[in-house]
Design a protein around this ligand. Sequence first.
Ligand SMILES: [Zn+2]
Length: 87
Amino acid sequence: MADGGGQHPICAVTGKRIFKRHQAAAKAVGKMQKTARGAAATPNSIYQCDHCGRWHLTSYSPELTRAIQHDRRERKKTSRKRRRPST
Ligand SMILES: [Zn+2]
């Protein structure tokens, strides 16, 4: 395995690029925004993936991203509750 080749792994669940560090993701966002100059689909925020635990870029607003993640967590909770037997 070559290291430092600049290749990024891809998340199997989201299909997005994986950043191991929040800082690296933030750097990439800054770079893309400079290049794209206001293009609609430019990623402008970062979120931690529930599936791989690493960082991904998203073009959603931070608020929307939070809402989506919250929604996912709520769904997980609901499925856990179902399994729990009543005492
Ligand atoms: Zn992921």
